[in-house]
Ligand binder design. Structure first.
Ligand code: GDP
Length: 373
């Protein structure tokens, strides 16, 4: 069959995968003449001023952001504060050839309300210092509730000069929601700074929203973060595992030889609390995820017998998650740490401890200084 290209962005039209460039539904495809065909993404931008998630492979991502190298630009880098390391792209300055970065930590609405924003910003500073990464400014937002967006726009205006602005981030950090918040707030009304409704500048990799002062804000595709659970779960399981509302932390007192299961998606064994005492541990997962406590000596058998029922999600074999592996953490100081299961949640505990964290081998598990302490 003859290949058809989107009139808006130039992507090859395809009907297979919503999240990839050039997608149209079969019915939409049938309703357009090939010469006038536009992909669903361009259609939504044109008619609803709405951007929806769009992720590309690593190679395509590199090709797209390589274009940025040719200009002096301001980079807005989005991270998911729940998965800072997983969603941080440390090489972003080299990849875009630009030094000026504003860091945006998204999803702050998921943190318990009593956690002070200032503390999280301090924590972000420590995380950045550990990576040797400097930024012009950091800000926390909630794209879901539009929190701090005026402040974000102020920062963009403060630092951009007459340069273009590129919004970059991994898939699932909430980049589309952020772009939509910006469009929703700064669009269409007299005096608004975006003139997007007239002519979004779409290309396969980038969509540009012109500002009244002549600069352009570009949305870039998200690079797929394969270390997250979302890629291996069906919709019903995904809904139960991805936190949607403010997380209610749960406190557990665990002894050596005890285990926690996080649904059937992860497991944490207390090998020892070093001092031999019980360990206080706080879990931060979606409120809908079932957490089950057992003896480590029974854990393997329980997993074999109760996966898909007591230990769920996943709910059946069709959600074949890759084989589990364990990550051992032995920390001897007396600071508080998080053990992060990428895209699922985290557990906070005070060192010294010796623990084992299990997850499917593709899923990232790492430790970091506690975000809440
Ligand atoms: P993208 O892949 O980076 O474009 O991410 P999306 O904008 O599609 O968001 C990924 C997931 O995170 C979706 O399930 C969103 O509903 C959710 N999400 C995005 N921003 C927020 C936020 O500020 N708070 C919460 N709770 N969820 C968010």
């Amino acid at each position: 069959m003859k290949e058809i290209y989107c009139k808006g962005c130039g992507a090859l039209i395809q009907t297979e995968d919503k999240t990839l460039p050039g997608y149209v539904s079969e019915s939409m495809k049938a309703s357009f003449k090939p010469s006038n065909m536009i992909c669903q993404r361009c259609y939504r931008i044109k008619h609803y001023n709405e951007v929806y998630p769009y992720a590309v492979s690593n190679t395509d991502f590199l090709q797209v952001i390589d274009k940025i190298k040719e200009e002096d630009a301001l980079i807005i880098k989005i991270v998911d504060i729940f998965d800072f390391s997983g969603s941080f792209i440390p090489a972003i300055k080299t990849l875009t050839g630009n030094e000026d970065v504003i860091l945006v930590g998204n999803k702050m609405d998921l943190l318990p309300k009593n956690v002070k924003e200032k503390k999280i910003l301090n924590w972000l500073k420590i995380m950045l210092a550990q990576q040797g990464f400097t930024v012009l400014a950091s800000i926390l937002v909630s794209a879901k509730y539009g929190h701090n967006f005026d402040q974000l726009m102020d920062l963009i205006y403060k630092y951009k000069g007459n340069r273009n602005v590129y919004i970059v981030g991994c898939s699932n950090v909430g980049k589309s929601k952020i772009v939509n918040q910006i469009l929703k707030r700064y669009l269409g009304e007299p005096g608004d700074i975006l003139t997007v409704s007239t002519s979004p500048m779409t290309t396969i990799g980038l969509i540009g929203f012109p500002l009244i002062d002549g600069s352009v804000i570009y949305d870039t595709p998200g690079v797929i973060n394969k270390h997250q659970y979302v890629h291996y779960l069906t919709r019903p399981s995904y809904k139960l595992t991805v936190p949607k509302k403010e997380i209610k932390p749960l406190v557990f007192q665990l002894y050596e030889g005890q285990t926690l299961f996080f649904g059937g998606l992860g497991r944490l064994d207390i090998i020892s609390g070093e001092t031999g005492d019980k360990i206080s541990l706080i879990t931060y997962f979606a409120n809908t995820l079932n957490i089950h406590r057992t003896k480590t000596s029974n854990a393997d058998e329980l997993y074999d017998k109760k996966l898909y029922s007591l230990l769920s999600p996943p709910f059946n074999e069709s959600e074949a998650l890759p084989k589990w592996v364990y990550h051992e953490f032995r920390i001897r100081d007396n600071q508080k740490y998080d053990i992060v299961f990428c895209g699922l949640g985290f557990v906070t505990l005070r060192a010294p401890f010796h623990i084992r964290a299990y997850a499917p081998f593709v899923v990232g598990v790492y430790t970091r200084l506690a975000i809440i302490w």
